[in-house]
Design a binder for this molecule. Sequence first.
Ligand code: 5CA
Length: 440
Amino acid sequence: MRLSNYFLPLLKETPSEATIASHRYMLRAGMVKQDSAGIYIWLPLGFKVLKKIEKIVREEQNKAGAVEILMPTIQSSSHWKETGRYDAYGPEMLRIKDRGDRELLYGPTNEDMITDMFRTYVKSYKDLPQTLYHIQWKFRDERRPRFGVMRGREFLMKDAYSFDVDLESARLSYNKQFVAYLNTYDRLGLKAIPLRADTGPIGGDLSHEFLILAETGESKVYCHSDLLDMEAPGSVMEKDLQEVVDSRTSFYARADDMHDQSKFDEIPKDKQVVARGIEVGHIFQFGDKYSKPMNANVQGANGRVSPVMMGSYGVGVSRLVGGIIEASHDENGIVWPKSVTPFGVGIINLKVGDDDVDRVCEELYEIFEKSGIEPLYDDKNDRGGQKFARMDLIGLPYQIIVGPRGLKDGIVEVKVRISGEKKELSFEDAVNYIISEYEV
Ligand code: 5CA
């Protein structure tokens, strides 16, 4: 992409409503624009990151055996009345009437709808287990939308729903998602810790939140520091799933509402972590909470008919855009992990109109376009200082700076955004260095 042809509306001043880094930088870097409270337009740069996160979430869901569908944003109230949630959900639910005075709502989550869909088709254990997911916009009329996309009213969620014939098999489905979550956050460049959690309005008896640590997080977290040093499990055989889950959950890790100080005190002092965190995912096992009132029954191998056992699994896809920035930024702007960066490399032309500089920049541009490392080429006729600040702000992992002085000696400059380290390299070495950094 050429910057001269891109839509990147940067802000010089920090809008006063933005109190945390991710919100400030998302506004300043032209990633989102608030349209009304908690509702955002995703501008090109933000949209690109959102899509990259979505892709990683999708790939890990598919690897875990979940199957993608797409449910509508607008739901009929009827399913919610069947489960009793229509009244229970309260003012967070946006209720709408159509021209025929029928009650509709903008979905805050989809358990009720998917249970209805499921009961239409599946009646036997032979078609189980099954996990279905979608990545779809939700609406919750939050009392206090804040921190930009972190607590929006309209937000993008991946929500998966598992269906099993009994509790034992439901536990396996839960564990698969648990492991998929660890791998997903790892690929996003995040250290996410699973905490035992309250089930809230979703209900059920087993639940974990996944939190990333950040000073501006809304939840207070207590945990064992060894949990933070654990690597993502990668692909795990079915027979080993429980062990992997146990290895993560045996450590004390709780949010404020589930915190037991006496248990925490048993952890050696030098291993105690008290921090703040951002909830980037939440998984629930709730058995027959929805299937029972909706008569979503299946016949087991023994011939007995009983409600299907369910779980649901949410990832805050749009919240993650802010969460990743909270975890990775400095005083000059965002520092994108390679896996979600909107562009792989920034090319800075320090003298637009100079034949040599233009030619080298064009060659670099072409090479990176071909190699799939999407370049963002700053071909605008601005001052160097402005270009540097702009490129730092939007946070691409690598920059190649091309100016007439270096070119005289056959040299371009490569800047590594995260460390600020600068290397003077030949054209070929610069290209090879950046390409090799993106090879896995
Ligand atoms: N049905 C279940 C799981 S599919 C559910 O809705 N879970 S949830 O309420 O915990 O939401 C799942 C994830 O969505 C949360 O972990 C959080 O990351 C994200 N999320 C929830 N509310 C908001 C919000 N107002 N703005 C942005 N993200 C949100």
